[in-house]
Design a protein around this ligand. Sequence first.
Ligand code: MG
Ligand code: ZN
Length: 216
Amino acid sequence: MEDVQKPEERNSGNFGGRRGTGRVIFLDRDGTVNEETHYLHRPEEVRLLPGAAEGIKRWNDSGFQVVVISNQAGIGRGYYTEKDFWAVNERLNQLLGEKGAHIDGFYFCPHHPKAGIGEYRRACRCRKPGIGMFEDAEKTFAVDKAHSYMIGDKRIDTQAGHNFGLRSVLVATGYGQEEAEQAQKEENQKKDYDFYAASLEEAADWILREEYKWNL
Ligand SMILES: [Mg+2]
Ligand SMILES: [Zn+2]
């Protein structure tokens, strides 16, 4: 007998014990959730962007897992440590928690192919637009690519999402506006991302509309 999934099992947690229902919002962190400050590593400097908590809460409440995928070459360059990265994440979840929102997981790439020091200096599989962090997340979180998205303020974020087979959203915060202008010059918007949103809240609106269409 063939091992065929019944339709009702396709999207109902038949994911070998991994977390969630398969719907995942992958987020860049700096410039997407919190204000972009150069090589942010002090918890007391974390500031949420407008609409970030509201958007994330909407995904939390609609059954999405929310997972950060972050290039952190500042670690590889020796500007700050992995411990600093986690302290910022903790502060971020504290600020989100005050607004009823949370991030379920954090993944980072500490490497840089040229500027990394010691073991951090290498061409790795995880640095966006590579997909290594998505593959690592997939070991813990169930990922149904048709119902999962990548969102960031740079085209390396949205391209990474596409490389992993997801739809992606460019946000106008952080570097987003310059990135959108550049994409427009190169006439690459369609190729680089699927939607351009003013904030994570607007991104959430778009994604929930897309998902609503899927579920009609
Ligand atoms: Mg960013
Ligand atoms: Zn890496």
